[in-house]
Design a protein. Structure first.
Length: 148
C-alpha cells in the first residue's frame, strides 16, 4: 500500500496525506464499488426472475384474483429489480466523488454535491423522468384520466 500511496501522491493534482488516511480513502472507494457491484448484479438476477415469471404467465388468463396476483407479483419483482439497478448505478457516481478524496476533501465534497445535483436533475427534470411521471399518473387514473 505504501508503494501505491507514493505513486498516487506523486501525481501533481493529488494532495499528500498519511498512508493511514490514504488506506481509509481507498477503503471507502472499495466499499462503495463493492456494494454498487452487488446491487447491480442482484438487479440482473431479479430481471432474470422477472423474465421467467413473464414467460410463465398464462397466455389468456381469466380475469380474477389469480390473474391479478400473478401480474402484481411479477410487477413487484420487476420494480425491485429496477430499484436495485438504480442504486447500483448511483453508487458508481458516488464512487467517482469518493475517488476525488485523493485530490482533497473539499473537492470531494464539491464533487459529491455535483453528483447529487446531477442525479436529482435526472430523476426530476429530464424528458425521461417527466414521461415516467406521466406514465405513473396514467396508471393511477381511471379511463377518463381521473385519479382513482
Amino acid at each position: 500500500i505504501k508503494d501505491v500511496h507514493r505513486v498516487v501522491y506523486d501525481l501533481p493534482f493529488a494532495s499528500s496525506t498519511s498512508v493511514e488516511l490514504f488506506s481509509f480513502n481507498l477503503g471507502i472507494v472499495g466499499v462503495i464499488l463493492a456494494v454498487s457491484f452487488f446491487l447491480f448484479t442482484y438487479s440482473l438476477r431479479k430481471l432474470i426472475y422477472t423474465s421467467a415469471m413473464l414467460g410463465g404467465l398464462p397466455e389468456d388468463p381469466p380475469k380474477g384474483a389469480r390473474r391479478d396476483g400473478l401480474v402484481e407479483t411479477t410487477a413487484i419483482v420487476l420494480t425491485e429489480a429496477v430499484k436495485s439497478f438504480n442504486s447500483g448505478i448511483r453508487g458508481y457516481y458516488f464512487a467517482v466523488a469518493a475517488l476525488v478524496l485523493f485530490i482533497g476533501p473539499a473537492q470531494s465534497i464539491a464533487t459529491s454535491l455535483l453528483v447529487i445535483i446531477l442525479l436529482l436533475w435526472r430523476q426530476i427534470s429530464t424528458r425521461t423522468a417527466r414521461a415516467i411521471g406521466r406514465y405513473v399518473e396514467l396508471l393511477e387514473s381511471d379511463d377518463d384520466g381521473n385519479p382513482r
